[in-house]
Design a protein around this ligand. Structure first.
Ligand code: AMP
Length: 582
């Protein structure tokens, strides 16, 4: 345990609602994925995420229950029941099928959080298409790279974001249609594009879901790896049972909960826990179009009487900065459970929750490739602040040493691994099976993280085992940033690292060397920053660029990002015997 942060005990009988998981050790013994499946429905063998999330409820007692409470950026509210979600997604499915979209096609989404995004995602899943969400703060280059890699045939976007698509469209021959959700912005749609409302409004409300099966593709999220550009981690429809079960037992969904997940569907938390887990459990979700704002967020909880809140450490650190007076001046008594994911949650954050909301914050761990929560601090289980909790009942998570054997001694650092076979496990990196295979060794899936396990099985995050940068819970590939920087005529080489940051955990910092004939001037630096921002967008572009004379490289020519980082932090540089400049 981290010194100064004693375990936070739990009195289950004092909790407002009896948790779905009360006995972690016992339920782990008897757990089976088949039992979880038995609570879902497979009509005629159909396994489809949209069916489990929407039609299953719309065809039954939850038809008139609110699925979505949508809050627009300017605070207007729209509500959609499960029955409406079924109708709207059916209309999308019919409209997209008529447009030529079929099972297995990759449909990309570049949109803010508006209701049509959710209708269209479900509509495409009903068609058997593969949904590929993009983060709206991506610049044209990350969009181009991802769509090209997966040979997307359709991009769904909004007028506000369309210019980024237009910039790269000529380089994307696979894209046959760009569908623009324009009616909310009151904009016209150019003749070469398709207006969402022009095809969805007249479409039929009845749709027979494509006969998808467990192993059919459903969704793909791009994630950053050790080397190269981001890869599309592809998931199958069978993953829905992981979302359902972790929703029930980790997020502790009960019928009357009002749930708010603050993650954007451009990232995996925003789909697995912003869409699949809550809807498969039939709860009501708040979806806020607006961005972060401490006051806005507390007002949102107060206004909608949110009971379960799933957020991220960067947001918690920003809320901490805004002080405890603000939450205390709002009525947040509806809250019964707060969770966080995406980066390590400092023990201070866990404990601050108690000060601000009279509730500790529960950290849990998972990643794009795992598709669903792998270990968690559960509502019924004592929290060890600083730990990511214990494995979910149906999965085996542990730490192993270099030769692949499990580390049994408590608190010894090793590779964090998962036993393959859980339902939401990714099934490939799109068009890169070799890289996928390389993640499985010695009978384990290697997560790329390092961790320790204590004597009671709580897992403690140590750090990443690669150069991937985690900025505000979003992974950034250094290679992707370097590739764009060297496109600039002044740049000879670039090396990109994650620089520690009090709020975002890390920010992207780039070091560049210049081509002959270019001078290190403020004007050049401004131009480099402009170039990076315009091409990569604010989610990926470096926060800082520094021009240096020489980049440290190995004798084989690989840029030593670790050394750049050590220098930046003033740390010992370690073994530099392979260094070129020596
Ligand atoms: P992503 O695939 O973008 O969801 O990022 C997953 C990575 O974020 C993990 O492999 C970790 O490096 C980091 N991460 C996610 N959740 C946590 C957590 N609770 N504690 C520490 N690191 C985390």
């Amino acid at each position: 345990m981290i010194e100064g942060y004693p375990e936070i005990g739990k009195d289950v009988s004092a909790l407002r609602v009896t948790p779905n998981l009360v006995d972690w050790a016992g339920q782990r013994q008897t757990w089976s994925w088949d039992d979880a499946w038995a609570e879902l429905d497979m009509p005629g063998g159909l396994i489809n995420k949209a069916y489990e999330c929407v039609d299953r409820h719309a065809n039954g007692a939850r038809a008139n229950k609110d699925a979505i409470i949508w809050q627009s950026a300017d605070g207007n509210i729209e509500r959609y029941t499960y029955a409406q979600l079924k109708t709207q997604s059916n209309k999308v499915a019919n409209a997209f099928r008529a447009m030529g979209v079929k099972k297995g096609d990759r449909v990309f989404f570049l949109s803010d959080r508006i209701p049509e995004l959710y209708f269209a995602i479900f509509g495409c899943l009903k068609l058997g298409a593969i949904v590929a969400p993009l983060f709206s703060a991506f610049g044209p280059e990350p969009i181009r790279e991802r769509v090209a890699r997966a040979e997307g045939s359709v991009i769904v976007t909004t007028p506000k974001l369309l210019s980024k698509v237009n910039e790269i469209r000529a380089q994307l021959p696979s894209v046959q249609r760009v569908v623009v959700i324009a009616h909310r912005e009151g904009k016209d749609v150019a003749s070469e594009d398709v207006a969402y409302s022009s095809i969805v409004d007249p479409a039929s409300e009845a749709f027979e879901i494509e006969q998808t099966r467990a192993e059919d593709w459903s969704i793909m999220h791009f994630t950053s790896g050790t080397t190269g550009l981001p890869k599309g981690a592809a998931h199958v429809h069978n993953a829905i049972v992981s979302h359902y079960a972790t929703g029930k037992y980790v997020l502790d969904f009960h019928e009357d909960d009002i749930y708010w997940c603050t993650a954007d569907p451009g990232w995996v938390t925003g789909t697995s826990y912003g869409i699949f887990a809550p809807f498969s459990n039939g709860v009501t979700s708040v979806i806020d179009e607006g961005g972060f704002g401490a006051r806005r967020w507390y007002e949102t909880i107060q206004r909608h009487k949110v009971t379960i809140w799933y957020t991220a450490p960067t947001a918690i650190r920003l809320l901490m900065k805004a002080g405890v007076e603000l939450p205390r001046s709002h009525d947040l008594t509806s809250l019964r459970y707060v969770m966080s994911v995406g980066e390590p949650l400092n023990p201070e954050g866990v404990v601050w929750g108690q000060e601000a909301f009279d509730l500790p914050i529960h950290d849990n761990w998972w990643q794009t490739e795992t598709g669903a929560i792998m270990c968690a601090n559960y509502i019924s289980m004592p929290i060890r602040p600083g730990s990511m909790g214990r494995p979910f009942p149906g999965v085996t998570v542990t730490v192993i040493n270099e030769d692949g054997t499990e580390i049994t001694e408590p608190m010894v650092e090793g590779q964090l691994v998962v036993k393959p076979g859980w339902p939401s496990m990714f099934r490939t990196y799109w068009n890169d099976q070799e890289r996928y295979d390389s993640r499985f060794k010695n009978g384990w899936y290697y997560t790329g993280d390092k961790a320790k396990k204590d004597e009671d099985g709580y897992i403690w995050f140590v750090g990443r085992d690669d150069d991937v940068i985690n900025t505000a819970g979003h992974l950034v590939s250094p290679f992707e940033v370097e590739s764009v920087l060297i496109e600039h005529e002044a740049v000879a080489e670039a090396g990109v690292i994650g620089k520690p940051d009090e709020v975002a955990m890390e920010v992207v910092k780039a070091f560049v060397t210049l081509n002959d004939g270019f001078e290190r001037t403020d004007a050049l630096l401004r131009d480099l920053n402009r170039h990076a921002r315009a091409r990569l967008g604010p989610a990926v572009a470096p926060r800082e660029i520094e021009i240096i004379d020489i980049l440290p490289k190995t004798r084989s020519g690989k840029i030593m990002r670790r050394l750049l980082k050590a220098r930046e932090l003033g740390l010992p540089e370690g073994d530099t015997s392979t260094l070129e400049e020596d």
